[in-house]
Design a protein around this ligand. Structure first.
Ligand SMILES: Cc1ncc(COP(=O)(O)O)c(C=O)c1O
Length: 376
């Protein structure tokens, strides 16, 4: 490509019904376009304080340390592991899809020893297996699991898994990238110690930020570390100099000012709707999509009781070229749905109904377009 040919990028207008990013609410795009101000400007600092309160609402927690990490969901994941895992720590990682595998990788890179609890992709994490593994590893310090596995569309019982962890005096690290705003996530009620999410799924915000929250127990472990957190950027002791309560805000890194306006607006929208109403909306739209898909003879790969309403993993019918269907949906209908990941590549489509994109218009549009392409 010659540089002379390049000018302003104007993206096509798509309907995003894949595994994320999801459609961004127009109010959020407007918020993002507001004038940039300094990251230590008193007005900006006031907005940061509001953001923390709004995030506490989204996570259903009173945790003081509830902030957005200035990078995508993977950085929120890494923030939890690099701060909580010390070299030599034994960490039980439950894996039932792609993202549990990344947790294992994070434990290893932080110098910990992962002990894996494996479940089939498409199934929820089995609490009995966790119980057995904890009984056989009484020196484990942390358990980690993905609440909403975006790669499979399965949701695990976070409340029960946290109860088991606490009986064994373990801290919990929970991936809620796809669940926050779409299905109940109750950090305080369930006793979650460290949790991270993403902005680009059920919060309908632009990608690139990762809300996190840490309990007092987790903070105690971080403060009692014998070794420095090996990541300077994600070391919460340093980040809190900028985000912490009652501190004189000190420069750590230049905050992503406009994306933070966007997150603020996304959370105001969530608050205005009411979080329970948002959960119900996701469930209702999922039921409508399910009715239509089943009427077309399509089936889900996850058992009904573990299905994520915001991420519908549908088995590809025999004889169908799944990639060609997705390409036609994109080219002819401007509609994005997701492909399978890992062992489910080529076996499923992942249809997202996340945040702003979880509405009846999208349900009907997707069903109509998919029906037309499949019939063809
Ligand atoms: C469950 C889960 N965890 C972690 C991530 C990583 O988030 P990001 O792509 O924003 O880094 C994703 C992204 O899809 C996810 O679905």
């Amino acid at each position: 490509m010659r540089i002379e040919e390049i000018s302003t990028f104007v993206p096509p207008s798509r309907t995003l019904m894949g595994p994320g990013p999801s459609d961004v609410h127009p109010r959020i795009l407007l918020a993002m376009g507001r004038p940039t101000i300094g990251h230590l400007d008193p007005s900006f600092v006031g907005m940061m304080d509001e953001l923390k309160v709004l995030l506490q609402y989204a996570f259903q927690t009173k945790n003081e340390l509830t902030i957005p990490v200035s990078a995508p969901g993977s950085a929120g994941m890494e923030t939890c592991f690099v701060n909580l895992v010390e070299p030599g720590d034994k960490v039980i990682v439950c894996q039932n899809g792609v993202f549990g595998g990344r947790m294992k990788e994070n434990v290893e890179r932080a110098g910990g020893t992962p002990i894996m609890v494996e479940d089939k992709w498409g199934q929820a994490v089995d609490p009995n297996k966790l119980q057995e593994t904890l009984s056989a590893n009484t020196d484990a310090k942390i358990i980690a699991f993905v609440h909403a596995e975006t790669s499979t569309g399965a949701q695990s019982d976070a409340k029960t898994l946290c109860e088991i962890a606490h009986k064994h005096d373990c801290l919990t690290i929970v991936d809620a990238v796809t669940s926050v705003g779409g299905t109940p996530v109750k950090v305080d009620e369930w006793g979650i110690d460290a949790i991270y999410s993403g902005t680009q799924k059920c919060l309908s915000c632009t990608p690139g930020l990762s809300p996190v929250s840490f309990s007092e127990r987790a903070i105690e472990k971080i403060k009692a570390r014998k070794t420095k957190v090996q990541s300077w950027f994600l070391d919460l002791n340093l980040v809190m100099g900028y985000w912490g309560a009652n501190t004189k805000r000190a420069y750590h890194h230049t905050a992503p000012i406009n994306p933070l306006y966007a997150l603020h607006e996304a959370l105001v929208i969530l608050k205005e709707e009411g979080i329970e109403n948002a959960w119900n909306r996701h469930q209702q739209n999922h039921l409508a999509l399910r009715a239509g898909l089943e009427a077309m003879g399509l089936s889900f790969i996850v058992a009904e009781e573990h299905r994520l309403p915001q991420l519908n993993a549908v088995a590809i019918p025999a004889g169908v070229d799944e990639a060609q269907v997705r390409t036609r949906l994109l080219q002819e209908y401007n509609l994005e749905i997701g492909a399978g990941l890992g062992v489910l590549a080529g076996k499923v489509w992942r249809i997202g109904l996340m945040g702003y994109a979880s509405n009846m218009k999208n349900v009907m549009y997707c069903l109509g377009a998919l029906d037309a392409v499949l019939t063809d």
